[in-house]
Design a protein around this ligand. Structure first.
Ligand code: ZN
Ligand code: ZN
Length: 285
């Protein structure tokens, strides 16, 4: 039995970690066919500074990494953005909140240019901090997210949202914003959802991806939801092993669930292939 598996949200770091080549080979041999590759902040790749140029260098690196994934036979989409944790990082370095917002907006405008050149497919991660931070910094992140969502709507781009894990209010606040601003729901992914966000996102017909963690995967998938994707959220940082999971964990865990009879092959195909084809608009494998 050959399963086809996908990673809806993954990072690679060719400077400090395994990089795309190794990730692709290992993921392919576990049954992987698709990875959505998401940028990390420039300083994760050892790129100095916070200028727009630093971001462009980081994004170029992600685009190159995605090409390597393709060379290794995987399908991929490229998502680059401005992570909410960066708001806190900038603040610690003395930036004013209004300057952080303007800077992030300029970066998002540059992402649109990359998209017009066919180099990237979406904006992400943007969103709100999942940890405690000052209320004003949380709202700063939120303003950047709203901007990204509207820009993405205007240019037909995907958005990966990184959100606080608040269940109902987390999902409802996004749903309301999408409705109020005519943002197509089928372009927005609530990434790294826990059980509660998955539960409410499913009810609201929003797409979400769940990290490859044993208990979570079982709890969510046994309900047979329709809008679910699986992700590793691998950060490819050997100094922080196990922060999330590995792309190949998706194979291990789904096989366990198949063996336990929690899911069947038809359902696995639906979430690992059909849902990716629908959400990312890629050709099936
Ligand atoms: Zn995230
Ligand atoms: Zn991530």
């Amino acid at each position: 039995m050959e399963l086809l598996l996908s990673d809806a949200h993954c990072h690679s770091n060719p400077v400090k970690g395994l990089g795309a080549r190794t990730i692709a080979k290992k993921f392919r041999s576990s049954g992987g066919w698709f990875i959505a590759l998401v940028s990390l902040p420039p300083y994760h790749y050892g790129i100095e500074g916070f200028s727009i140029d630093s971001y462009m260098k980081a994004y170029e690196l992600v685009i190159k990494e995605a090409n390597i994934l393709r060379e290794e036979g995987l399908k991929t989409k490229v998502i680059v953005g401005f992570h909410p944790a960066e708001v806190d990082e900038y603040f610690r370095r003395g930036w004013h909140l209004e300057d952080i917002i303007l800077h992030a907006q300029k970066i998002i405008n540059k992402i649109v240019e990359l998209h017009k050149r066919g180099l990237v497919d979406g904006i992400g991660e943007v969103g709100r901090q999942h940890y405690s931070t000052a209320p004003a910094r949380f709202i700063t992140s939120e303003l950047i997210m709203w901007y990204a969502l509207e820009i993405a709507r205007d240019h037909d781009m995907i958005v990966h949202l990184h959100l606080e894990q608040g269940g109902y209010p987390t999902v409802k606040s996004i749903k309301k914003y999408l409705l109020d601003h005519n943002i197509p729901e089928n372009k927005v992914l609530l990434h790294h959802a826990t059980y509660n966000e998955a539960y409410w996102a499913e009810k609201e017909n929003l797409w979400y991806s769940i990290p490859a963690k044993k208990k979570l995967l079982e709890k969510v998938l046994k309900q047979k939801p329709l809008h679910v994707l699986t992700e590793s959220d691998f950060i490819d940082d050997p100094r922080r092993p196990g922060v999330s999971s590995y792309p190949w964990d998706i194979a291990v865990l789904l096989k366990e669930l198949l063996n336990k009879g929690v899911v069947d092959e038809e359902y696995v195909y639906k979430i690992e292939v059909d849902n990716i084809v629908n959400f990312y608009r890629v050709e099936p494998p």
